[in-house]
Write a protein that binds this ligand. Structure first.
Ligand SMILES: NC(=O)c1ccc[n+]([C@@H]2O[C@H](COP(=O)([O-])OP(=O)(O)OC[C@H]3O[C@@H](n4cnc5c(N)ncnc54)[C@H](O)[C@@H]3O)[C@@H](O)[C@H]2O)c1
Length: 261
């Protein structure tokens, strides 16, 4: 793909302090976009580093501390982005949390709310707030982060998998509603990506070898694998694609097999 395919575009990326969000922000900047980078955490230098990495590539960047689960924060973020850049062409909803380990009948209200409020409600709030602006512009592209676990249940993924399945329907529903305004809405469903998010699953040579062994393509995903798919969806090359969920899993999917008690 031509690497100037987002020239003159403005992108908002949530969860951009690290991981997939940072890779998306940097990849989009490399393709010419100005990027608003948001995260609930801005105190550890991570968000600043992403902002600087975007600027190094010659794009404009704006870092905004934003908790996507709070409507006021999300409204403030969209207003500020519009104030500075005048438009938002692409929204990539990468912010997400994972609280592993429980079955749904063991899942406490607090865990359920924490996962749902960020993953599903937060993604909805960002889509709604930015989507309204895109409708007014009569153009735009939204990319949501679901997961292979949002398509197939996995032991220990309870509230998380449920939230990611919800993101798939949110994506398809919004795509239907917004197509007439030339706003496209799609989702990515990664498999196992090497980020801090799931470090306990792959960090260390032995663990990574084991985890890679479950993936038909023989390796775990790098954050850039996901960012390149986001770039495709954001570009004109994907101009006729909406309401889709694209798996980026190396062929991996969770099994619902139950470990021996
Ligand atoms: N890593 C994987 O294997 C994997 C697989 C499938 C899907 N995903 C999804 O991809 C997305 C990014 O995951 P990642 O691996 O880069 O994780 P990560 O933990 O490295 O990054 C997530 C970012 O979201 C931010 N965040 C959390 N809650 C927030 C909130 N309320 N408001 C704003 N920001 C918030 C975190 O501070 C963090 O910087 C997530 O939605 C995740 O569910 C990841």
């Amino acid at each position: 793909m031509k690497n100037d395919c987002l020239t003159d575009k403005v992108a908002v990326v949530t969860g951009a302090r690290r991981g997939i969000g940072r890779a998306v922000a940097v990849t989009f900047a490399g393709a010419g976009a100005d990027v608003v980078v948001c995260d609930i955490v801005d105190g550890d230098g991570g968000l600043k580093e992403t902002e600087e990495a975007v600027k190094k590539l010659g794009s404009e960047a704006l870092a905004l501390k934003t908790d996507i689960s709070l409507r006021d924060d999300v409204e403030r973020m969209a207003l500020r982005a519009l104030e500075v850049f005048g438009r938002i062409d692409v929204l990539v909803n990468c912010a997400g949390v994972w609280i592993p380990g429980e079955t749904l009948v063991e899942c406490g209200d607090e865990h359920w709310d924490a996962v749902m409020n960020t993953n599903l409600k937060g993604t909805f709030l960002c889509c709604r707030e930015v989507g309204r602006r895109m409708i007014a512009q009569r153009s735009g592209c939204i990319i949501n982060l679901s997961s292979q676990v949002g398509r197939t249940p996995a032991m220990g993924a309870g509230a998380y998998s449920t939230s990611k399945a919800g993101i798939i329907m949110l994506t398809m529903q919004m795509a239907q509603e917004m197509a007439r305004y030339k706003v496209r809405v799609n989702a990515l469903a990664p498999g196992i990506v090497k980020t801090e998010f799931n470090a306990g699953f792959w960090k260390g040579a032995e663990l990574e070898k084991q985890a890679s062994g479950m993936v038909p393509l023989g390796r775990l995903a790098e954050t850039e694998d996901i960012a390149r798919a986001a770039l495709f969806l954001a570009s004109d090359a994907a101009g006729y694609i909406t309401g889709e969920v694209i798996g980026i899993s190396g062929g991996w999917s969770p099994t619902s097999s139950v470990a021996e008690p």
